[in-house]
Design a binder for this molecule. Sequence first.
Ligand code: PNS
Length: 162
Amino acid sequence: MRRAVCPGSFDPVTNGHVDVIRRASALYDELIVAVLVNPGKAGFFSVEERMELIRESVADLPDVTVDSFTGLLVDYCRDRDVPVIVKGLRAVSDFEYELQMAQMNRELAGIETLFVPTAPQVGHLSSSLIKQIATFGGDVSRLVPAAVNDRLRERAARGNSS
Ligand code: PNS
């Protein structure tokens, strides 16, 4: 059984992430989307909310499971016997850091990284920009899954009323 992990912060998941998850899931028998639990950073959405939003966004993909992890990604991969990490690349600017991490993860544990270039229509998306736009009432409905858009609108409405 061929398995891979697609790790990230996913705060929140965007149409760019979904594009990469969808395409990577077609290449493996099981794709685990793993949300980083960063004890030093609260995040905009809780890890549980992020996981729930990913599950709702890829509910039509039966071979995708959603999990969370803390610590080193290579330890998570080793514990579950997952030999491949999948990462999306939006632009050359992503490549430098991603290459460094890929080389380090291979050195640490022999784990390979597969880069999936994002579709050009979603190459400009980032979770940070989406949060910023949504917080100020901008329309991000074309940029994120419907469940994420609903949750961002709820949060913006709550924020504006307080
Ligand atoms: O969505 P992001 O923020 O680009 O994801 C980055 C992530 C979670 C893949 C990366 O920060 C990570 O792997 N963190 C876990 C800690 C770790 O293994 N660090 C060493 C990397 S070589």
